[in-house]
Design a protein around this ligand. Sequence first.
Ligand code: EPZ
Length: 416
Amino acid sequence: MDKIIIGGGRRLSGRVRIGGAKNAALPILVSALLCDGANIYDNVPRLQDIESIQRLLAHMGARIETDGSSVQIDARGLCDAEAPYDLVRKMRASVLVLGPLLARLKRVRVSLPGGCAIGARPINLHLKGLARLGAKIDIVHGYVEAEAECLIGNEIYFDIPTVTGTENLMMAAVLAQGETVLRNVAREPEIIALENALNRMGAKVEGAGTSVITIEGVESLHPARIEIIPDRIEAGTFLVAAALTQGDITLTNCEPAHLGAVIDKLRGTGAEIITDGRTIRVKGPDEIISVDVKTLPYPGFPTDMQAQFMVLMSVADGVSVISENIFENRFIHVSELRRLGADITVSGNTAMVRGQANLTGAPVMATDLRASASLILAGLVAKGTTEVNRVYHLDRGYEAIEEKFSALGADIRRER
Ligand code: EPZ
């Protein structure tokens, strides 16, 4: 198993190009299942999760060709409407095939994803929505078995905003008969990106980014060429790295408008942030100011940035209260950060972080994608050497992160 070794204490400086967004690419690549033709996707990040979803689509009969960061997916030969447990348990975003396969093949069998490190993560709202469109749904031997002779548009109210739940229903509704209105939907930029991709294929979707999305069903979709939006969480991770190390980093190919809450919080810590078109320049403060954070659905502070921000607060000048309001178990990184000397007390969904003058390096264990990113960040500032183990978690969502940090001056290497 690979590990990443970091020598702390270096100031980071220079330019880093932000890659395509994992959480936009996953639903958009899956939406190829809706189309009777070959779609081309550009700026697709090369990540484990992307490889997993491509394997799943190929397992179902799609033809996939990749050329660098461009991917062609031809779903004309779709033959198998099943997502097996072995694939789904490794990557829960596989549940995104539910909507498109139901729409295209009128039946689908997808393994229930089960829980994951950060929480139970049920898909009850996905299934409730699909049933509202007329699907007959059974849970048999750990699988969702769904079928619908014809999906009929309807009004669907989500009890809570769910990102992949919204995406699943958008994709199911684009080929349904009549109009579907989705209420209390997620408003993330990745939802807007999916709407744009579906509309480029001839769908009629509007409202993404607001809490109501309206979809007028169409007969079929046609192929299109689609560019994946930049990854706001990768960008946020590098912004925190600059703030942590009193660095001076310019991010290119990113979308500042997707990072409003993160930029606002970082300015509160004393970081200087200048945005210009698709670049963001960040200069870290000499003294990091402690600020409180609550994770919320977009446009609130993203849960996927909570672990990274906690590292910054671990070396700030006071006490920060961080509350995690999206997932019920997303403080797993705390015990690893404590091994590096962080002073963090957890009570329920709230972590109290007392800023420390310094952290000291140690061997630590990655447990989930964003927790592993926080351990890399902690290693950048911890005195001495930090060894992050089980970095396969990291490789799910960050492309060549050690090369990017090394190019910014970090003392970092991967050991295979
Ligand atoms: C998406 O997960 C992202 N993944 C997650 O990013 C992200 O943390 C999350 O949205 C929240 O923003 C992808 O887009 C592939 P949710 P998703 O449904 O859709 C509850 C990363 O690091 N819920 O928005 O699975 C759920 O338990 C990953 O890249 C139900 O109760 O999250 C959670 O508490 C981690 N029933 C809340 O809603 C449902 O049917 C929000 O979850 C669905 C969700």
